[in-house]
Design a protein around this ligand. Structure first.
Ligand code: SF4
Length: 540
């Protein structure tokens, strides 16, 4: 059988581990194809593989490298909420108890990092011995250095030492109390005075961001070399985790960092992906485009993450189509200018039309738009504005294939709308959009409303949700759980945890103690509240 790892081309030199190196299994809770396409996973793997004090083995759901019999550390890169089932499957397969409370000194320390855990680790608190919050660049080294000092100590002492490192959260060292079994949180406190009361998410301040450390034909985008052009986004749309969780906006120098990195990748492949929440806002983006447009890169296939609509210029469209890209993606959220103002999306319908005109004139054949239903303050009229805008777009740029991907608004921790519930009529709105858009030749791609509701349970969940997820895992037998399994689990735990509606649809009072209250995000809560208030005034 061909090995999953056979076709990898490495862009770094792994080190030979020391004889007494710390044996680490580094897992991605999905298939190899999905995991190896995660830039975060690649970069952390290379970080571990270049340290002589570590011997790392990779683990995916469909294959793994030779793994140690008694690993000291078991790490997870967690970037999609619904992969939690695969985390539990991995623990079971490796015969590691799921609950951290029942692990002994003979078991590895289980830790994780990535956007899901950084946003709200609480639903998973019982499964992880410790969690890395924020950017991994410095945090991994700091964690390993601290671990080395207590490597042969008891589990409790190791965890205590790790909890002293900024950005490392040890859930078992915090006690959460509730007004009643299914009531609100009344306090979140460290168990002793030595444990910090709050844990600060870490922000990497260096000038170089991430780039692929491996290229393979088995990646979801075959042989792609990825470069992170920016981190975070300065726009601060009020729902957006990609912006608020990772602020400040960081832009490495084109000359010193991005261009050398692109050169390195293009020596091993001709497929280039530029990543980041808002890449066209990099102050030197034009320099980068000019560089990629050079004749020596004629055979390069360029893919971009979604671009900000008002930066989709003719030049960008021409560069993309000359570099074998046929489509471009823009996130417009809505066709209603009123709603976009509520969101804090600084964009007009004229700019959206101009983007389509530029895309067509530049030789692209498709335009993918992203939007959202159930945005706070949204009315039926706003949905009609979206339909109107898409139909106008189709008339204005008739040669473009237009698709409209539409999700449901889900409240995310550390954003100004973390207190606002999911709109229960969003499902109806998605169906209405489908009915109106499909006959007009617009490819409408709704995300599942039910999946959004589950995401909301996880994104606003407290520690009690861990019990629910565990039950869902048991029902599912390790397969993708159905929506009915979550409902069944809520029913079974009735009276022991709050009902589904409280996590998903209810708008929470701003005085409430949030499950992630003890985790310090990029912005103070006061700033989030100001944004919330501004949006509420616009809605009124
Ligand atoms: S422009 Fe996009 S990435 Fe930036 S804050 Fe808005 S939704 Fe998020």
């Amino acid at each position: 059988m061909p090995n999953l790892f056979d076709s990898e081309k490495l862009l770094f030199e792994p080190t030979t581990p020391n004889p007494d190196a710390i044996e680490v299994i580094f897992a991605f809770p999905n298939t190899y194809t999905v995991g190896i396409t995660s830039l975060g996973y690649q970069v952390v793997w290379a970080n571990l593989a270049t340290r002589p004090e570590v011997e790392v083995s990779r683990w995916f759901m469909d294959g793994h490298e030779p793994i140690p019999r008694e690993p000291e550390l078991l790490a997870f890169s967690f970037s999609w909420e619904l992969d939690f089932v695969n985390i539990l499957t991995t623990l079971d397969r490796l015969e590691v108890p799921i609950s951290s409370q029942t692990r002994t000194d003979d078991h590895p320390l289980v830790f994780g990092g990535g956007p899901v855990l950084t946003a709200n680790p609480e639903p998973f608190a019982d499964w992880f011995d410790f969690i890395l919050l924020g950017d991994g660049e410095d945090l991994i080294g700091n964690m390993l250095a601290a671990y080395q000092t207590v490597r042969h100590a008891s589990r409790a002492e190791k965890l205590h030492t790790l909890s002293q490192i900024p950005g490392i959260y040890v859930p078992s060292l915090y006690v959460v109390t509730y007004a009643s079994d299914d009531g609100e949180i009344t306090s979140i406190q460290p168990i002793d005075p030595q444990t910090p009361a709050t844990i600060e998410k870490q922000t990497y301040k260096g000038n170089t961001l991430s780039a692929s450390t491996v290229v393979t034909e088995k990646a979801a985008w075959e042989n792609i070399y990825m470069v992170e052009v920016v981190r975070s986004c300065p726009e601060m749309c009020r729902f957006c985790l990609a912006s608020y969780l990772t602020l400040p906006f960081r832009t490495p120098s084109a000359e010193e960092s991005l261009i050398p990195s692109i050169d390195k990748g293009l020596k091993v492949t001709n497929r280039l992906g530029l990543l980041g929440a808002s890449i066209t806002q990099h102050p030197e983006f034009d320099t980068l485009l000019d560089y990629i447009a050079r004749p020596e890169f004629d055979s390069v296939r360029l893919s971009l993450a979604s671009v900000r609509t008002n930066t989709l210029t003719l030049k960008l469209a021409q560069t993309l189509s000359s570099r074998d890209s046929r489509s471009v993606t823009i996130a417009v959220e809505s066709g209603s200018e009123r709603l976009r103002e509520i969101i804090n999306k600084k964009l007009t319908n004229d700019q959206i039309l101009q983007a389509a005109v530029n895309a067509q004139a530049g030789g692209l054949s498709a335009l993918k738009l992203y939007g959202m239903a159930g945005v706070p303050g949204e009315t039926d009229d706003d949905i009609d504005r979206t339909i109107e805008m898409l139909l106008t777009l189709k008339k204005t740029a008739p040669k473009l294939r237009i698709s409209f991907g539409c999700s449901t608004f889900v409240p995310k921790a550390h954003t100004p709308w973390q207190w606002i519930g999911v709109d229960s009529s969003a499902d109806k709105k998605l169906k209405y959009l489908q009915k109106r858009l499909a006959p007009k030749g617009i490819d409408f791609r709704p995300e599942s409303y039910k999946d959004s509701a589950i995401q909301a349970v996880i994104s606003r969940g407290d520690r009690r949700i861990g019990r629910l997820l565990r039950l869902v895992y048991d029902y599912s037998g390790g397969e993708v759980p159905s929506d009915g399994m979550y409902k069944r689990a809520f029913k079974e735990l009735r009276g022991q945890i709050p009902p589904l509606d409280r996590y998903v649809h209810q708008t929470w009072s701003v005085d409430r103690i949030l499950p992630w209250q003890h985790i310090k995000g990029a912005l103070p809560v006061g700033t989030l509240l100001k944004h919330l208030e501004t949006s509420r005034l616009l809605i009124a």
